[in-house]
Design a binder for this molecule. Structure first.
Ligand code: NG1
Ligand code: ZN
Length: 537
């Protein structure tokens, strides 16, 4: 009874705004920040319940709207494993976010607690993080109140963090490991240094990397990290302290979608190795400016190219280990947005490739099926997962092989990669360090890396429609089942082009239908995308 009173009382503080219908979507709730207090408060309650359900394990709550505009915000939950909130709880998240009165909210919670057999007595624990958005602080207070309205539950404010930092910390905490932000940095620094020390002969002068921090949290964290690292020379722009606006004309989403230089970069950077983070630093892309004559166009190295580089490096280590190494199931997970040339490239390397639905929760799940599973979305979100059994096999081999031998070094590199890469979620900071050390290992410039394969020309457009749910796709999202007949019409368009490929799907984060097209020339890709867009309208 006191529990019900507690929620009734606090929920009076957070009335739901009129006429908003929210959905947990591809990446949590997102909306204009002014509409979100009641949602974040309610997700606070949900997080406490999630913790209680899982024996009071620590759960994470992150306040961010990633690459969206600064006036937006959002909230997503990290499960105790460091992964995304279990999809089984998403319907409950939708229900409580949309409950129109305190009474309805309480009754939904009561039913859910009974159905899930959650014991309220013990008290849960929720760690709260936020990005640099000005609305974050106020929303964090709402989350705290939500968490604490479940009696006995504690909310711990862990401050301004990147999304992957929070996921990493939650995962470490629940594994009984040191889990502060400095532990996170220390882990990156140690494993990066280990990989540097294992470079056979350093073939390359270390050239400066120029980083676009999207005017968000990632650039600021990189400034801290840089202080602990040698063998990495990085100049950081768009830190948000020089007047720039978060994600405005900057950042990984902008560079990947527009394929033009972000603000703060220009002709003086021609040929330099450059990288962009998104607003909460879970996406990473690289680029370079080919020459001044190309206007503001960049040569983009997207998530697919990062994936290919990682796959190549890991495969190389497995080959060094020899027959036993070749038994490791190394696989790749992509989405329908992956450039066809990248898929061909990893297949030619002899790797298994599987396709998952858009949204990292889907890719992560599939990557867990391998001994080493590498997943990336073309937009730069991805990571590498090592299975427990393969990791313990590696650690065993470290003892078997004689120190300093090629096999010992290869095994040590793989162990270091498993420590460096964030196994909870895609992480721009750790991904960047891995790219940098692999380039040094190979002795490659960014241009040389780009030559691994040539992207097929592609085009993405979005179409605003009255009701995006009218488009229903197959599970791999490559064929539209509804509206009836539209797939036949799309197929007829595709047939007109050499190497044509196109598909449509409703966005999970915006009110649009996305169109993707590939063809052998840029003109053809553009024209295919446009004609398919016409069919959607
Ligand atoms: P939607 O809006 O569902 O396409 C976008 C990205 C996803 C993922 C989410 C979450 C594309 C085509 N889609 O989802 O890959 O990153 O946002 O941020 O890039
Ligand atoms: Zn993001």
């Amino acid at each position: 009874e006191t529990q019900i009173a507690s929620i009734l009382k606090s929920s009076e503080l957070y009335p739901i705004p009129q006429s908003v219908k929210l959905s947990y979507g591809t990446a949590g709730f997102r909306a204009d920040a002014s509409l979100l207090e009641s949602t974040v408060y309610r997700v606070g309650i949900l997080s406490s319940l999630r913790s209680l359900k899982l024996k009071s394990s620590t759960v994470g709550l992150m306040i961010t709207a990633s690459h969206n505009k600064v006036s937006d915000n959002g909230v997503k939950v990290s499960d105790p494993s460091g992964g995304m909130l279990s999809q089984e709880w998403e319907p409950f998240a939708d229900q409580i976010a949309n409950a129109s009165s305190p009474r309805e909210l309480v009754s939904l919670i009561k039913d859910f607690v009974e159905r899930e057999e959650i014991a309220i007595e013990k008290g849960g624990e929720v760690w709260l993080g936020r990005d640099t958005r000005p609305s974050g602080e106020r929303l964090l207070r709402a989350a705290e109140i939500g968490v604490r309205s479940v009696l006995g539950s504690v909310a711990v404010d862990v401050g301004v963090l990147t999304t992957p930092q929070l996921h990493w910390m939650v995962r470490a905490k629940n594994k009984g490991l040191n889990a502060t932000e400095s532990d996170y940095f220390e882990n990156l620094v140690t494993s990066f240094k280990c990989l540097i020390d294992l470079i056979p002969i350093n073939k390359l002068e270390i050239s400066t990397l120029v980083l676009d921090g999207a005017n968000g949290v990632g650039g600021q964290k990189m400034e801290v990290l840089r202080g602990y690292l040698s063998n990495l020379d990085v100049e950081i722009r768009n830190t948000g302290r020089d007047g720039g606006v978060l994600n405005e004309g900057v950042g990984a989403d902008f560079v990947q979608k527009e394929k033009v230089v972000p603000l703060g970069f220009g002709s003086e950077d021609v040929g330099m190795r450059c990288a962009s983070f998104d607003g909460d630093a879970d996406r990473l892309v690289y680029f370079y400016i080919p020459s001044e004559s190309c206007g503001d166009k960049v040569e983009l190295l997207d998530g697919d190219k990062i994936l290919s580089l990682f796959a190549l490096f890991i495969k190389e280590q497995l080959n060094i280990i020899g027959d036993e190494g070749k038994q490791c199931r190394l696989g790749v997970v992509q989405t329908a947005y992956a450039n066809g040339a990248s898929t061909d490239y990893v297949k030619e390397m002899g790797l298994e490739v599987v396709f998952a639905k858009t949204g990292v929760k889907h890719l992560h799940e599939r990557a867990e099926e391998f001994d080493v599973g590498i997943y990336f979305e073309a937009n730069g979100h991805g990571t590498i997962l090592f299975s427990e059994s393969f990791l313990s096999w590696l650690v065993g081999k470290q003892k078997d092989y004689s120190e300093g031998s090629d096999k010992h070094n290869a095994v040590s590199r793989l162990v270091a990669v498993s420590n460096l890469i964030n196994q909870a979620v895609g992480d721009a900071l750790s991904g960047l360090l891995l790219v940098e050390v692999i380039l040094q290992h190979m002795g490659w410039s960014v241009q040389k890396w780009n030559e691994l394969y040539m992207d097929l020309p592609s085009r993405q457009v979005k179409v605003e429609v009255p009701d995006r749910t009218a488009v229903v796709t197959t599970s791999e999202e490559t064929e539209a089942l509804k509206p009836l007949g539209i797939q036949d019409a799309i197929n007829a368009e595709i047939k007109k082009y050499q190497h044509g490929r196109a598909f449509i799907r409703p966005s999970g984060t915006e009110d649009v239908v996305r169109v993707y097209a590939e063809a052998s020339t840029q003109e053809d890709a553009d024209s295919l995308a446009n004609s398919v867009a016409q069919l959607v309208k």
